[in-house]
Design a protein around this ligand. Structure first.
Ligand code: RP5
Length: 165
């Protein structure tokens, strides 16, 4: 099971259901690597108490890493990072008004002391958040490291087989 709340190693949080179109790429990549994970909508602004409650329980539930995505005044990743010792990766959602630059700056400009590993805006960031989570988990899981090596090799093969007119 890749998306099992009971055994999840990675929590994929997003500020709104509207973020799913982007974050489904994180879900799909974690599933591809067979990483148990759970996806939840939790908002730093709309559900602050529930977000704090979730984060407080995460480590004792076996979660090892949290991915948090949000758009606009994107505080979710920082708020989560402030309340846990688990590594937190932030994905800036491409917002309609400022194309995600607002989200990026909100997530990346953390004050020194509370880090959020910030990925690219939108789909590339969502994919890379999963791949970075895999790389972090793989440091103590040889089978995951081997899957990551194979993924990179397949990606390189695909590029080398490309032809252009
Ligand atoms: C943020 O506000 C969410 O992460 C989302 O990207 C953005 C807009 O949310 P909705 O108004 O679409 O629910 O909290």
């Amino acid at each position: 099971m890749s998306n099992s709340a009971d055994s999840a190693l990675v929590a994929v949080l997003m500020g709104s259901k509207s973020d799913w179109e982007t974050m489904r790429h994180t879900d799909e990549m974690l599933t591809r690597f067979g990483v148990p994970h759970e996806c939840r909508v939790l908002s730093a602004h709309r559900t602050p108490a529930e977000t704090a409650e979730y984060v407080a329980a995460a480590e004792s539930r076996g979660i090892e890493l949290i991915i948090a995505a949000a758009g606009g005044a994107a505080h979710l990743a920082g708020v989560v990072a402030a309340q846990t010792l688990l590594p937190v990766l932030g994905v800036p959602i491409e917002s309609p008004s400022l194309k995600g630059l607002d989200s990026l700056l909100s997530i990346v400009q953390m004050p020194g002391g509370i880090p959020v590993g910030t990925l690219a805006i939108g789909k590339p960031g969502a994919i890379n958040a999963a791949l970075l989570a895999v790389a972090i988990l793989a440091s103590s899981r040889p089978e995951l490291r081997e899957k990551l090596r194979q993924y990179r090799a397949e990606q390189a093969d695909k590029v080398l087989r490309e032809t252009v007119p």
